[in-house]
Design a binder for this molecule. Structure first.
Ligand SMILES: *[C@@H]1O[C@H](CO)[C@@H](O)[C@H](O)[C@H]1NC(C)=O
Ligand SMILES: *[C@@H]1O[C@H](CO)[C@@H](O)[C@H](O)[C@H]1NC(C)=O
Length: 561
C-alpha cells in the first residue's frame, strides 16, 4: 500500500498482547497554524516548571526561577501575567552556595519546586534557594510573599535538578524529597500537622528507601492513605546491586507515631513493587511519571486508576511502556503478606505467622514488639500487577517522560480514555485507548530543545493541557477539530474528542446530547459515516498524508517507513 511509505509507525513490541496501533494520522510542528497553541513567555522569566492550577481553572500559579507568577488562563486564546513576586537568594547566600562548590548561575538561583494550596487565602511554596531550601507563604490575591524560616525541616530538594513530590491536604503538607545537601537522604514527611498532633517523618534507623527518584503522589481519601510513586534500587534482589524497581509507598495520613518505638515516625510506612512487563520481555522498571485518573462519577474510589510511564533499565535505545494500576489492587497488595528485613544478613525473607496490623492505620498505641516488627517489615510480598497484567502500550523508539489522562464520551455513548504522552524530544502524543488497542491520533510539538525539568498539568474540564518548560508555559487544547476540514478527515481521525456535525458541516467537539454527528473511533468507517456529505469523496486522509510528509522532513526523531 503506497500510503505505508509516508506513514510513521509507533512501533509496538510484536510479542506484547496489545496489538500495534496504526501510525499517527497527523503531526504538527511547533507553531503550526493548523494546531494553534498559546504560549506564555516574559522577559527575565525562566524555568517555569512548577505548575498549580486554581480549582476554578482560571488561574495558573507558576513556580519559576527566583519568582512566582500567577497567570490568567481564563481566556482560550491568550495567557496573561496577573502578578509576579520575586524570590531570590541574597548575594551573600549565592556566595555561600558558590563556596560550597556549586555553579552560581546553574545551581544557586532559587528554583521553586513546591507550590501547593494551604488554605483559602494562601499558597505554600518551597524553593531550592541557593542550595539551602526555603519556604514561603503566598497570599493569593495580591501574590505577596511571606518568607518562612524553615529551620531544620526540608520540604524540597537542595539540588534543583532532583525530583520531588508534595501534596497538601486540608492545610497539612506531605512531601517526598531528598533532604540533605548531597541529595542522598530521602525523606517522606508530614508538615503543618493539625489538631496539635506532631509532624511525622520516616524512620531513619533503617534504610526504608534506596536511592529513590520520586515522581508523584496521590491521596486515597476514603482509606485516609497517601501513596508516593518512585523508582529505587531493589535491594531484595541479591544478585545485583543496581537493579532499579518501580515502587509505590503508602503512609496513613493521620499517623502520629508510636509511644516509645517509632516516636513521631510513620507506623504505616510500607512499599510495594509496581510491575510493568510485556509477555516474554524484560520488565520496564524505571518509573518516569504517574497520573492519577479519578474514578468515573458514580463509582467508588477503588476504581481510581494510576497511569504510569516506565522506561527500561536494559534497553540501549529509547523505549517506554504505559501501565495502568487500579487503586483497589494497590490496596489489596498492602493488606496482604509482607517481607521482613534481617539487618544481620542484609536480606529479605517472607514473614511467617499472622501480622495483620502491618500496613494498617491507627497503630499508635500498639505494643513495642509489634512496632519493632513494623520497623523491619515494610516490603510487601506481592507486587502490584497492572490492569490486564500487561502494558496498555509499548513504544519502541520513544522515551515518554510525562503522562496525563482523561476520559471522554464518544458520540456512540462509549467512554474512551485519551492519553497525553510527552516525549523527551518535545512532542505530545495523543493516544486513544480503543477496543482494538492504543492508537496515536496526533502528535504536536510543544518545545524544540530537550528539557531537563518540565511538567504538564491537564484540566480535562477546560480541555487544556499546560506544559511548563525552562522558557515558558504552553497551553495545548486537547483537540483542535477544525483542522479536519472534511467529513472523511474528521471521521478518519478516529478522535473521540472530534465528530462531524452533519447539520453544520464542521468537525467539532461533541457535546453531551449531540445527535447527528459522524464519528467512528473504532474503525473510522468513512463510507458509512460520511455518506451524502460534501467533501467526503477523497481517498481516506490523502491530504493529511501529504502534509505529514512535508512536516516529517524536519523531524529526525522518527523513522520513516
Ligand atoms: C492561611 O495560612 C496563613 C499562613 O499560615 C495564615 O497567615 C492565614 O491567616 C491563613 N488563612 C486562613 C483563612 O486561615
Ligand atoms: C533553567 O533553565 C535553563 C535555560 O534557561 C536550563 O538550562 C536549566 O537547566 C534550567 N534549570 C532548572 C533547574 O530547571
Amino acid at each position: 500500500m503506497a500510503s505505508g511509505v509516508f506513514l510513521l509507525f509507533l512501533l509496538l513490541s510484536s510479542s506484547g498482547s496489545a496489538p500495534p496501533p496504526p501510525p499517527p494520522r497527523v503531526s504538527f510542528l511547533l507553531n503550526s497554524a493548523d494546531r494553534p497553541l498559546v504560549h506564555f513567555t516574559a522577559p527575565g522569566i525562566y524555568n517555569t516548571t512548577t505548575l498549580l492550577l486554581s480549582t476554578d481553572a482560571s488561574t495558573l500559579y507558576v513556580g519559576a526561577k527566583n519568582a512566582i507568577l500567577s497567570l490568567n488562563v481564563s481566556q482560550h486564546d491568550i495567557i496573561s501575567l496577573k502578578n509576579k513576586v520575586e524570590w531570590s537568594p541574597s548575594p551573600r547566600e549565592i556566595n555561600d552556595c558558590e563556596n560550597k562548590g556549586k555553579d552560581p548561575t546553574v545551581d544557586c538561583p532559587n528554583f521553586v519546586r513546591v507550590l501547593q494550596p494551604l488554605n483559602s487565602t494562601h499558597l505554600y511554596a518551597c524553593g531550592s534557594h541557593a542550595y539551602s531550601p526555603q519556604d514561603a507563604y503566598i497570599e493569593v490575591d495580591g501574590l505577596s510573599l511571606v518568607k518562612q524560616r524553615s529551620g531544620v525541616k526540608v520540604r524540597c530538594p537542595f539540588n534543583p535538578f532532583q525530583r520531588n513530590t508534595a501534596l497538601s491536604i486540608s492545610g497539612e503538607l506531605f512531601t517526598a524529597t531528598m533532604s540533605d545537601f548531597r541529595g542522598v537522604r530521602p525523606t517522606i514527611s508530614r508538615h503543618f500537622s493539625k489538631d496539635g498532633r506532631p509532624d511525622v517523618s520516616q524512620d531513619s534507623s533503617v534504610s526504608l528507601l534506596e536511592e529513590p527518584v520520586f515522581v508523584g503522589s496521590a491521596l486515597d481519601s476514603s482509606e485516609r492513605k497517601l501513596y508516593f510513586f518512585f523508582s529505587e534500587v531493589g535491594k531484595e534482589f541479591s544478585y545485583t546491586n543496581e537493579l532499579r524497581v518501580a515502587r509505590v509507598a503508602q503512609v496513613c495520613k493521620d499517623d502520629v507515631g508510636g509511644l516509645r518505638t517509632l516516636q513521631k515516625k510513620w507506623t504505616s510506612f510500607a512499599k510495594a513493587s509496581l510491575l510493568c512487563q510485556p509477555p516474554r520481555q524484560l520488565p520496564y522498571s524505571v518509573l518516569q511519571d504517574v497520573f492519577t485518573l479519578p474514578p468515573p462519577e458514580g463509582s467508588t474510589a477503588s476504581d481510581t486508576l494510576f497511569y504510569g510511564i516506565f522506561s527500561s533499565q536494559w534497553s540501549s535505545g529509547s523505549d517506554s511502556a504505559v501501565c495502568v494500576f487500579r487503586l483497589q489492587d494497590v490496596r489489596s497488595v498492602f493488606s496482604g503478606g509482607y517481607r521482613s528485613f534481617d539487618s544481620q544478613t542484609h536480606s529479605w525473607s517472607p514473614l511467617q505467622g499472622k501480622h495483620t496490623y502491618l500496613g494498617q492505620c491507627g497503630l499508635e498505641e500498639f505494643a513495642d514488639p509489634d512496632l519493632a516488627q513494623v520497623k523491619k517489615s515494610f516490603l510487601t510480598s506481592s507486587a502490584v500487577q497492572p490492569v490486564g497484567n500487561v502494558p496498555v502500550l509499548v513504544s519502541m523508539g520513544q522515551s515518554y517522560s510525562r503522562v496525563a489522562a482523561m476520559t471522554t464520551q464518544a458520540v456512540s455513548g462509549k467512554q474512551y480514555t485519551v492519553l497525553f504522552l510527552l516525549t523527551e524530544s518535545g512532542f505530545l502524543h495523543k493516544v486513544v485507548l480503543s477496543d482494538r488497542g492504543p492508537r496515536l491520533i496526533e502528535e504536536i510539538q510543544v518545545f524544540a530543545q530537550v528539557q531537563q525539568v518540565k511538567s504538564i498539568v491537564l484540566s480535562s474540564s477546560k480541555g487544556v493541557l499546560y506544559v511548563g518548560t525552562c522558557s515558558g508555559v504552553t497551553a495545548v487544547p486537547v483537540a483542535h477539530c477544525a483542522s479536519y476540514r472534511t467529513c472523511s478527515q474528521c471521521v478518519l481521525a478516529r478522535d473521540p474528542l472530534c465528530g462531524w456535525s452533519r447539520t453544520k458541516k464542521i468537525c467539532s467537539r461533541p457535546s453531551s446530547g449531540t445527535s447527528n454527528m459522524s464519528q467512528d473511533v473504532e474503525s473510522g468507517n468513512v463510507g458509512r459515516e460520511c455518506q451524502g456529505q460534501t467533501g467526503a469523496a477523497p481517498r481516506p486522509g490523502q491530504d493529511f498524508l501529504l502534509r505529514q510528509r512535508q512536516n516529517r522532513k524536519h523531524d529526525p526523531s522518527f523513522t520513516l517507513h
